[in-house]
Design a protein around this ligand. Structure first.
Ligand SMILES: [Zn+2]
Length: 256
């Protein structure tokens, strides 16, 4: 997903008043920017050819060191998801499941804050690593409050028993890039572990425009997927992950 950043106007003023840090000046990302994961357009080129903020100081993903994470006090994540009509598409880089047919149907709450689920998508290998180790896949559930306040729940996928909850998606995996989305009925909660203990830190979108507006919640418990399910995804999206970025003094906290 991408959107053009505007750094002036009421939003920027409001963000400053609220103490939310905005990307530095000169970080707009041209809509025409070409990026991907292969030679010549891969993650190492994004800062120079796409969006300077991709070379910023608070980028994602990161390597999480559990022994370096300290206990936070944000409280528990509350997922309010339900059976929903979702749109499935191949955007040329990943499988995107869009939640815009029933706006506000699915949302995340933490304390007195609420973010609406806008879409979720998949990366292979995982983007975040735990103690330097990748998982086969990682799912990003993208929730938005405003353009400057995005919460992403990252769920690691580990190889294990087949998980039928993925069938509505995996039975319709779009093999080629297409503008025609397919509609599926699914409760996204079934794709997420029951236990929502998490690591949290402040970071960015992991693709251009790399906006540094994301509160990440990386769940500690992975979901299983069979090797056949993992291979079915990789047969279409062979490699679509960004390598880990420097922590640059940011702290990683835990929550239950
Ligand atoms: Zn992602």
């Amino acid at each position: 997903m991408s959107y053009v950043l505007k750094r002036t106007g009421p939003l920027a003023v409001a963000a400053l008043a609220l103490g939310i840090s905005l990307p530095a000046a000169g970080t707009t990302c041209p809509a025409s920017c070409e990026w991907g994961y292969g030679p010549g357009v891969g993650p190492a080129t994004w800062g120079a050819t796409c969006c300077p903020v991709c070379d910023g100081a608070s980028q994602s993903p990161i390597d999480i060191r559990p022994t370096d994470a300290s206990a936070g006090d944000l409280g528990p994540l509350r997922l309010n998801y339900r059976e929903s009509h979702l749109e499935l598409s191949n955007d040329g880089r990943t499988l995107v499941v869009t939640d815009e047919l029933e706006p506000g149907a699915n949302y995340l709450e933490l304390g007195d804050r609420r973010w609406d689920l806008t879409q979720f998508h998949f990366h292979s290998l995982s983007e975040h690593t735990i103690d330097g180790e990748h998982f086969p896949l990682e799912i990003h559930f993208v929730h938005r409050r405003t353009s400057y306040d995005v919460a992403v729940i990252a769920v690691m996928v580990e190889e294990g028993p087949r998980k039928p909850a993925f069938n509505p998606l995996w039975n319709s995996l779009p093999a080629v890039e297409s503008v025609a989305a397919r509609t599926v009925i699914l409760n996204p909660r079934r794709l997420i572990p029951g236990q929502l203990a998490y690591y949290t830190y402040r970071g960015s979108m992991t693709e251009p425009d790399c906006a540094e507006v994301v509160t990440w919640f990386v769940l500690r418990k992975p979901v299983p997927m069979s090797s056949e399910q993992i291979e079915a995804f990789r047969a279409i999206f062979e490699s679509n992950y960004r390598p880990v970025q420097p922590l640059n003094g940011r702290s990683v906290l835990t929550g239950e």
